[in-house]
Each structure stands twice: as structure tokens, then as C-alpha cells.
Design a protein around this ligand. Structure first.
Ligand code: ACO
Ligand code: ZN
Length: 499
């Protein structure tokens, strides 16, 4: 069965007619850098039309009509999309970009080209815009595209088999381009293709001043039994941008631009779980630990995939300094990736997690919480306190806040029951949550109150009630530390030299 998960509602059928001829803006005036009012897609067509201010990031012609890539001002970038003129309110004045000193304006039919963008600085990529929080995931569309892919013939890992151990070898493919092949020297001036390769190989996107990365380049991926709409740009090779769908093997993460190529790959791919050591298995959930230095191809492909849904710092090529923890759900076919987090082998800032992702088709089911809980279990084993790498995305902050709240409130209620006193340092020592995160969480709960010249911790009835509600919701999915078979890996300074 194939399901499609969309990050935003499908286009509203019967959207208003083209309003050319009305006084106001014409297509020719809408250029990169302009701000216009764009109709927001609605779930139900009977809902009233709503327009939001949006910046034009790119312009193209599609079926002989202009299309505009828009970013809704103050909303998360994952809502950016291509729109036709019929969704732009051309009766309203447009905000024009500031004039360039040399007097050249933007070329409306030029793709995201630095020279055509004037006066608008690179947007922040913290992803803290408010509007994306209500993102709709879960729209399902059954398609039969590759339902006849042969059933995997390799023996799947079943819960009764022992934990999987790493072979120490990287996955290999038949030389498919774009699967982590090293790239040649780069020219001083970049074509779009070279620019994408540069983004792919030069590390963090936040360090990139590229305009190309502002525009989403892939529409959809096919992953396991799901078709998933993408959220952000990811530096897959340039030729992938022309494909409607990118096909990814859910086990080894090799990617292809046609269903036929994936089908051929699946006939010979015997991999049924991520590489690395399986360090946790409880019920149908497993975690695999992967060393970026040993499994470069897999980890680079993982970073490429996760960039589609993560818009803050993500590395593609320089995976050596990281460990990757992949969370899978097992069935008779193998271990299906649900999400992952990465972690620096050595973090001078005390981070215990670099990037975290739940694949969109599995979001809002408590898996993000499991990933976060697991990262703290590792910190507890290390005897360290940890915190997620900043900046957090909007969804990252929501998930962390929810986890911190639950863990801290649980501990406070426990100590109250035992009539014990507890300080913020004690909470930190017992949970491995950093004191700054504890303080922020307690402040957000209004739990720090002045009392006789001191500050005391006090939980309101509302906070306690919502804690019980959330706990009930999560009771079936928890990390049981007794199933963690892991000793913290130690790296010599020689092994960390590449950092
Ligand atoms: N809207 C509102 N609340 C949300 C949403 C949402 N779209 N998504 C998660 N939450 C909240 C929920 O309230 C939930 O709390 P609750 O259980 O108390 O209700 C909490 O976050 C956790 O929800 P989960 O279902 O456990 O999380 P999920 O599996 O959806 O994963 C994650 C969360 C990993 C942040 C996911 O949204 C994701 O992958 N997003 C894209 C990548 C990203 O932004 N990663 C974080 C970057 S920051 C960093 O890497 C350090
Ligand atoms: Zn494969």
C-alpha cells in the first residue's frame, strides 16, 4: 500500500479566475523580491478566502504561464510553494524590492539568481515562524505506482533474533551517481548544477549564501510504502529537480530518479536494516548506532534525506564527527526507519543531540518524544548533562518543551509524594537535562514562585492535570532503559583529528 503524506492541504479546486485586466498589478510587475498578497490554501473549499503577505523568491514559466515561488512572511519556510497568478491578489499594491545600486531590476523569468535579488537579506533559518505549527500531515492518497516491487528475499530481523552487529563496511551500490560519489574541483564561478554540488559537499547550509537553497528543488519522495511531500531544499544532484518524484530505498537510502531504477535496485538490495550496531530493542522499536566515519555513504544519504524536512544546520558531506542513531520499527520485512538523531562524538558545548527528525509520515505519534528520551538515556549512561544543539526549529522546540515538561513534572510529583526537597541541580543530575532547559521549562509553566524571600517550585492544578493527560497518551511508547545495550564509545584524539 502506498500512502501520500502532504505537508500542506491540496490545492483548492475552483480557485478564483485569472484577474488580468483588473486595475493594479500585472504579471510583468511581479519580480523576485516583491511582496504580494497570496491566497492561503484551505482544507475545505467552502472556507473563506484568506490572503497573506508573501515574498517572491523565484519566478518560472510552467505550461506557458508564470508561476511564483512564494515565502509567506513570518511563517515557516516549509509552507513556501509555487503559485499561479490566480492566487495572487493583484488588486492590492505590491511592495517592490529596493532598487539595486547599478539600477538593474530583477528579471521575472529568471530562476533564483543572486543578481536578480535586491535589498532582501537571507532569511533566518531558525524555522521559528509561528504559522507552520499547524502543518497538516496525514493526508493519504493510495497509489499503486510500485506496489508490485518484489517482496524482499533477505531474511528480516525479527524481535527474537539477537541484536544486530555492525559489519564495519559501508553500503555499496553499482556506482549510481549522486550516492555520495566524491566530486571534482569546483570552478570559480558556479553554474546552478555546480552550486548544488557545492552545497552538497561543503557542509552546513547555514553557512551558505546561496540563493538556490531558498527554493525547494524536489516536490516529493517515494520512501518505502509512502509518497511524502518535501518541505525544504536539499542538495540532491541537479538532474533530480526535473523528476516529479525521487525514489529512495528505505533500507540503504540510495536514491534514484525513476521508479524503474529503484525497482532494479530492490531486486539486488539485500539490506533490511541500517548499518551499525543495534543497541536497543524493545517490542517493535530498535535503535542502531552508526559511526559517520565508518558508514559515510549511508550517513551522507541520510543527511540529504533529512535536509528535505530540516531547515537549520545540516551537514551533508562532513559526517565523520557524528554518530547517528536511527530509530526503526520492525515487521516481517525488516527494520523500517521512523526517524533519527545525530550526535557529535565530542561536543565542546555540551550538546547531546545535533539534529533530530521524525519522517513526516510518522510524525505526531510520539516518536519524536521517543528519540528525545533516547538521547537523554545515552547522556545518563555517559554520566553527563546534555542539551539539543541550537537553534531549535519550531517543531523541535515544541517537542523538547513537551518532553522536558513531562519529565520534570513527573519528578516533582514523585519527590512531593516522598516529602523530599529537590533543587534544579538535583533535577538536572537525575534527568541529564541541562539546568538552563529546566529553568526555561519551569518558567514556561509559571512554576517558580516567590515565597518568604525565597523562590520555590509550585505546580498549578492545570499543569498537573495536563501532565496526567500527556502521560496517559504516551503510556504505550516509552524507552525502557533496561533494553539499552550500550557502553559510551570512546574516541582517541587521533580518531577525532578530522574534526
Ligand atoms: N503541531 C503542534 N504540536 C506539535 C507538532 C505540530 N506539528 N509536532 C509535534 N508537536 C508537539 C506535540 O505537542 C507533542 O507533544 P504532546 O505529546 O505533549 O502533544 C510533541 O511535540 C512531540 O510530538 P511527537 O509526536 O513525539 O513528535 P514527532 O514524532 O512529530 O517529532 C520532530 C517531532 C522530530 C520535531 C518532528 O516534528 C520533525 O522531524 N520535524 C522536522 C525536523 C525538525 O524540525 N527537527 C528539529 C530541529 S531542532 C534540532 O534538530 C536540534
Ligand atoms: Zn537498498
Amino acid at each position: 500500500m502506498t500512502q501520500r503524506f502532504s505537508a500542506s492541504p491540496s490545492p483548492r479546486p475552483g480557485t478564483p479566475t485569472h484577474r488580468s485586466g483588473t486595475p493594479g498589478t500585472t504579471a510583468l510587475e511581479i519580480v523576485v523580491g516583491c511582496k504580494v498578497f497570496v491566497e492561503v490554501k484551505k482544507e475545505k473549499k467552502e472556507e473563506t478566502r484568506e490572503f497573506r503577505k508573501a515574498e517572491i523568491l523565484s519566478v518560472r514559466t510552467h505550461n506557458d504561464k508564470p508561476e511564483y515561488y512564494v515565502h509567506f512572511v513570518e511563517f515557516n519556510k516549509r509552507l513556501d510553494e509555487w503559485v499561479g497568478l490566480e492566487r495572487i491578489d493583484i488588486t492590492k499594491d505590491i511592495e517592490r524590492p529596493a532598487k539595486k545600486r547599478n539600477g538593474k531590476g530583477g528579471n521575472q523569468f529568471r530562476d533564483s539568481d543572486t543578481s536578480s535579488r535586491v535589498g532582501s537579506p537571507l532569511r533566518e533559518v531558525t524555522g521559528r515562524g509561528g504559522g507552520g505549527v499547524g502543518t497538516t500531515v496525514g493526508q493519504k492518497r493510495k497509489i499503486s505506482a510500485i506496489e508490485d516491487i518484489p517482496t524482499p528475499n533477505a531474511k528480516a530481523t525479527t524481535p527474537s533474533t539477537p541484536l544486530v552487529e555492525a559489519t564495519g563496511e559501508d553500503y555499496e551500490d553499482g556506482g549510481t551517481p549522486g550516492n555520495g560519489t566524491p566530486l571534482g574541483p569546483l570552478a570559480a564561478t558556479f553554474s546552478k548544477e555546480q552550486e548544488i554540488e557545492r552545497l552538497r559537499t561543503s557542509g552546513s547550509m547555514t553557512q551558505s549564501h546561496s540563493e538556490i537553497s531558498r527554493v525547494k528543488n524536489l516536490e516529493r519522495i517515494h520512501f518505502g510504502e509512502y509518497d511524502v511531500d518535501t518541505w525544504y531544499f536539499s542538495p540532491y544532484p541537479q538532474e533530480y529537480s526535473d523528476a516529479a518524484v525521487v525514489y529512495i530505498c528505505e533500507f540503504c537510502l540510495f536514491h534514484y530518479i525513476s521508479e524503474r531504477q529503484l525497482r532494479r535496485h530492490l531486486q539486488k538490495c539485500t539490506v533490511r536494516h541500517p548499518p551499525g550496531n543495534e543497541i536497543y530493542r524493545c517490542d517493535d522499536i530498535s535503535f542502531f548506532e552508526i559511526d559517520g566515519n565508518k558508514q559515510k555513504t549511508y550517513c551522507r544519504n541520510l543527511c540529504l534525506l533529512s535536509k528535505l524536512f530540516l531547515d537549520h544546520k545540516t551537514l551533508y558531506y562532513d559526517v565523520d564527527p557524528f554518530l547517528f542513531y536511527i530509530m526503526c520499527q520492525q515487521d516481517e520485512f525488516g527494520c523500517h526507519m521512523i526517524g533519527y538523531f545525530s550526535k557529535e562524538k565530542e561536543s565542546t558545548e555540551g550538546y547531546n543531540l545535533a539534529c533530530i527528525l521524525t519522517l513526516p509520515q510518522h510524525q505526531r505519534k510520539g516518536f519524536g518524544r521517543l528519540l528525545i528520551a533516547f538521547s537523554y538515556e545515552l547522556s545518563k549512561k555517559e554520566g553527563k548533562v546534555g542539551s539539543p544543539e541550537k537553534p531549535l526549529s519550531d517543531l523541535g522546540l515544541l517537542s523538547y518543551r513537551s518532553y522536558w515538561t513531562e519529565v520534570i513534572v513527573e519528578l516533582l510529583l514523585e519527590t512531593k509524594e516522598l516529602n523530599e526537597d529537590i533543587t534544579i541541580e538535583d533535577i538536572s543530575a537525575r534527568t541529564s537535562i541541562a539546568t538552563t532547559d529546566i529553568l526555561q521549562t519551569l518558567q514556561s509553566l509559571c512554576a517558580i514562585k516567590p515565597y518568604k524571600g525565597q523562590q520555590i517550585l509550585c505546580l498549578s492544578d492545570g499543569v498537573i492535570a495536563s501532565y496526567h493527560k500527556t502521560k496517559e497518551k504516551h503510556k504505550n511508547r516509552r524507552i525502557d532503559e533496561s533494553f539499552l545495550k550500550w557502553t559510551p564509545p570512546h574516541f582517541t584524539s587521533n580518531q577525532l583529528r578530522y574534526i
